[in-house]
Design a binder for this molecule. Structure first.
Ligand code: ZN
Length: 380
């Protein structure tokens, strides 16, 4: 897209307004052209929105360090109305080299919108009609573009933000969120590390954009987002909070929430064969999106690690594997979406007297009284 605009911008003397890294188009190496570059992803979601204006709407939730737009794809019936329906968020490409996550995000969008309203699509139509789905297909576009710069893979993970006082580039966005940031050996203070957590929590514009987006979904004091799934690769795992401690139910978690998250992870695993566990039972990780999302808003939040860990291709499965590796998660992801109206149903619990489309509990109450179980009548 930047390439197409360049002649026009030069004519108007505006080229200097473009981010330097964006001026050089990136491309995938031979055999991997099936993956979407940032520009190709942006074109793709615009094409989808143009083809389905009643159920797809695009927005920008912020900019990356190098100034690229961070896109959000909203999918729902009456998409231009803010309906009182349960909302679900999917994120992808937090880590630059995990390109398969972009393809999974785009595949999910196509499953939901292609053939909407036509016979044979009753399952996805029911999801679109009862739920608001937000897909953030690239949270780290700078890193993603750098990873394929020059037409070969760089194995890059972090964003492309310089660190003051260091020659090292980049912060691991998924160690930069503001809950238990920098604790417990779950990240690195070394700017050269691929697990560098940044000089402070929320130092990355990408994490801050996501924080603002979540805040924007608090309406009338009530968080509208019911569930979150962060797409990463690779390990064929499904993990849930907390990552900062190996204790399954520490004081900052409600036992019932833990049961719900374990059951939802298990339900997805039943459908795609992945391995479910608490994040820290894989390895200790701190300052993650999952931990912050759950603690801040009590939203059940998951990470799905796409693709086989034993693959000789490591992070870079060839293009011909994109179809099979994304398709294996179709039933798991649709089932996940079907839990949004009442996530506690997976443990045989009801959602109380609230109608199934009622918003989640008030944020302030959870912040003030973390020992209270706000979502139902069961004791902790
Ligand atoms: Zn990752």
């Amino acid at each position: 897209m930047i390439r197409r605009l360049a002649p026009l911008l030069i004519a108007f003397g505006l080229l200097t307004a473009l981010p330097a890294a964006g001026a050089a188009a990136s491309q995938f190496p031979p055999g991997y052209e099936g993956y979407h570059t940032y520009d190709e992803m942006v074109t793709e979601i615009h094409d989808i929105a143009a083809a389905h204006p009643d159920i797809v709407a695009l927005s920008v939730i912020g900019q990356s360090y190098e100034g690229r737009d961070l896109w959000a794809v909203k999918i729902s019936d009456n998409v231009n109305t803010d309906e009182n329906e349960p909302e679900v968020v999917f994120t992808a490409l937090t880590h630059a080299r995990e390109h398969l996550t972009v393809e999974q995000a785009l595949a999910l969008i196509h499953w939901l919108v292609d053939g909407y309203g036509q016979p044979g699509n009753e399952r996805t139509d029911a999801i679109v009609n009862s739920t608001v789905i937000w897909v953030l297909p690239e949270l780290n576009p700078d890193g993603g573009e750098f990873d394929i710069k020059g037409g070969h893979f760089h194995g890059w993970r972090k964003n492309r933000q310089p660190t003051p006082g260091s020659t090292s580039i980049g912060t691991d966005i998924n160690r930069n969120y503001g809950y238990h940031w920098g604790c417990c050996g779950g990240s690195s203070a070394d700017p050269a590390s691929y697990l560098y957590r940044g000089p402070a929590a929320w130092s990355t514009p990408e994490a801050r954009a996501e924080r603002s987006f979540f805040a924007s979904r608090v309406i009338g004091g009530q968080q509208q987002i019911r569930m979150v799934l962060n797409l990463h690769s690779h390990a064929e795992r499904i993990i849930y909070p907390y990552g900062y401690t190996t204790t399954p139910v520490p004081p900052d978690m409600v036992r019932r929430d833990h049961r719900i998250m374990a059951a939802i992870a298990g339900g997805m695993a039943d459908r795609n064969g992945y391995r479910p566990s608490q994040a820290s039972h894989w390895y200790i990780m701190s300052g993650t999106a999952n931990d912050w999302i759950y603690h801040r808003y009590r939203i059940p939040s998951f990470t799905m690690e796409l693709g086989p860990s034993a693959s000789v291709h490591h992070f870079n499965l060839p293009s011909d594997q994109i179809g099979p590796e994304t398709e294996v998660n179709k039933d798991a992801l649709l089932w996940f979406l079907e839990q949004a109206p009442c996530p506690s149903a997976v443990i045989g619990d009801t959602c109380g007297t609230r109608p199934s489309s009622a918003p989640a509990p008030a944020v302030a109450a959870w912040q003030m009284r973390p020992s209270m179980d706000l979502r139902g009548s069961l004791p902790i």
